[in-house]
Design a binder for this molecule. Structure first.
Ligand SMILES: Nc1ncnc2c1ncn2[C@@H]1O[C@H](COP(=O)(O)OP(=O)(O)OP(=O)(O)O)[C@@H](O)[C@H]1O
Length: 485
């Protein structure tokens, strides 16, 4: 169906698109308000709707939902100004196929976009899969990850900044490579830089370059990444670690596309696309006044939050096969061993899993073909023990027998787990450790509260007295923290 609906309250936009698209043989209807849109949707069918997100009488996102509900097959392109790009990204999450920025700068590109949508060439799972495969990025089967990658694919070709958040080892850098590969910049350099790993002076010089003699040791002039990758993509990893002075300079680049080499006086222009990554919640860092708010809003145009491996543990077998293949190994995992992998919390996420598989393939003796629980690292067995205990402790407690023994073995497993974490710091992030500490607190409190109740024959006042805490606090521990038996 070659009917197109254009929704825009600016008459010139409607006129321009009608002229452009009718010349190409499409039939165009124009609505200038939400009401007119709904009227047209009642009487006509459309193959494509081009929708402005700001209308005097309607919210573009509500109209999008209306269109998708009435005409599920109708493709939707959101039309947006720079200030509403975030809304356009929301619209894509809600099912819009693409967005374009107004004023239209590249009419040819606009025509290509429209034709592609009509011919169903916009994007397919296959394209995404093969691009991901090309950069060694396993998407997995979980809907959350599929949506995230589809969004990443759709915004890859736009010049918007992207903020990628996720725990350590979740694949922020691989996702950034995927975005670069899916963009028109794919033949230009992709450069990743870890803002936490370099001193202030070195980071500044890496990004902006320096003039000869700018500082001791600057014997030659040197170009920075903003020059070298002016047409490429820059991943600023661990952006929360960037010093305030470099943050100011970066903000200037984002606002004006201009920068100066260290020690230089001539402004240079750059077109580098910036992707930022952080394992910390950058918004939280802003609230704690450790990161500039204005820079945060510039970077956070599109946020891609990668889930932890725990949240996608169903994909663990897929990851394992991938890493086995990467190591050219023909080993397999027994069902029991695979279940242990699935139930482990993977604080170091995919990186930790990849390292574990590599270690197993190098350590296994040549005779063995199947990995069993006995071959797995101790941390995985201990981690599973803790998980099981966590699960049991969240169920209503029926008996109080053996509580002390239970606490003892929990403390043993907990202590071992902590020691392992400390010895394997690269694979741990502190959020996980903090959760484990909370769990410890919870377990210890539970045991004390239960024991006090037993000794006080169920009398809460007496039990509170035994623990030397107020009745109020005892009630809180019992009720609020779900410790009632
Ligand atoms: N989806 C994935 N598919 C394949 N490999 C992955 C995936 N996610 C992560 N990895 C692998 O895990 C390791 C860590 O990935 P990456 O460096 O992208 O994580 P990160 O989130 O950027 O980590 P950090 O926060 O420590 O910088 C790499 O070896 C990468 O290849």
């Amino acid at each position: 169906m070659d009917n197109i609906l254009v929704v825009d309250d600016e008459q010139e936009v409607g006129n321009f698109l009608s002229f452009l698209l009718e010349e190409k043989g499409y039939r165009v209807s124009v609505a200038e308000s939400g009401k007119q849109t709904l009227d047209l949707l009642n009487d006509h069918k459309f193959g494509l709707a081009m929708l402005d997100v700001r209308l005097p009488d309607a919210n573009g996102l509500d109209l999008l939902k209306e269109i998708k509900q009435k005409l599920p097959l109708c493709k939707v392109i959101i039309m947006t100004g720079y200030s509403t790009v975030k809304t356009a990204v929301e619209a894509i999450k809600l099912g819009a196929n693409d967005y374009i920025e107004k004023p239209f700068e590249d009419i040819d590109q606009l025509e290509v976009q429209i034709d592609a949508l009509f011919n169903d060439k916009d994007y397919t799972e296959n394209t995404i899969e093969s691009l991901a495969h090309g950069v060694g990025f396993i998407i997995g089967q979980q809907a959350k990850m599929k949506h995230l990658v589809t969004l990443a694919y759709k915004i890859a070709s736009k010049n918007v900044n992207v903020l990628i958040e996720g725990e350590t080892g979740t694949g922020k850098e691989v996702l950034a490579r995927f975005i670069h590969q899916a963009s028109a910049r794919r033949d230009q350099p992709f450069i990743g830089i870890n803002c936490g790993a370099l001193s202030h002076a070195l980071l500044e010089s890496e990004l902006f370059g320096h003039e000869k003699g700018a500082f001791t040791g600057a014997v030659n002039q040197r170009s920075g990444i903003f020059e070298i990758a002016s047409q490429g993509t820059l991943l600023l990893d661990e952006i929360a670690e960037m010093t305030p002075a470099v943050q100011v300079k970066l903000l200037r680049v984002l606002e004006t596309r201009e920068f100066m080499r260290v020690g230089g006086e001539k402004p240079l222009r750059t077109n580098t696309r910036i992707l930022a990554a952080s394992h910390a919640n950058l918004g939280e860092t802003v609230r704690q006044q450790q990161f500039r708010e204005d820079l945060f809003y510039r970077l956070d145009v599109v946020k891609l939050q990668i889930p932890s491996l725990r949240e996608r543990n169903k994909d663990i077998p897929l990851f394992v096969s991938y890493f086995l293949e990467k190591n050219s190994s023909s080993l397999t995992f027994s069902d029991e061993a695979m279940n242990l992998l699935k139930n482990y919390s993977w604080p170091g996420n995919v990186r930790e899993l990849a390292n574990t598989v590599t270690q197993l393939t190098t350590l296994m003796d040549g005779e063995k073909t199947t990995i069993t629980p006995a071959d797995l690292p101790e941390k995985i067995i201990l981690g599973n023990e803790i998980q099981t205990r966590e699960k049991n402790s969240s169920q209503p407690v029926q008996t109080t027998d053996d509580d002390t023994t239970d606490l003892k073995s929990f403390l043993n497993a907990w202590e071992n787990h902590m020691i392992h974490s400390l010895e394997d710091l690269r694979n741990f992030d502190f959020n996980h450790i903090e959760n484990q500490i909370k769990e410890l607190e919870h377990r210890v409190e539970t045991t004390f509260v239960k024991q006090a109740l037993i000794e006080a024959d169920g009398n809460r006042k007496e039990a509170a007295h035994l623990l030397n805490i107020s009745q109020r606090k005892f009630r809180y521990l019992l009720n609020e923290k779900n410790k009632e038996d």
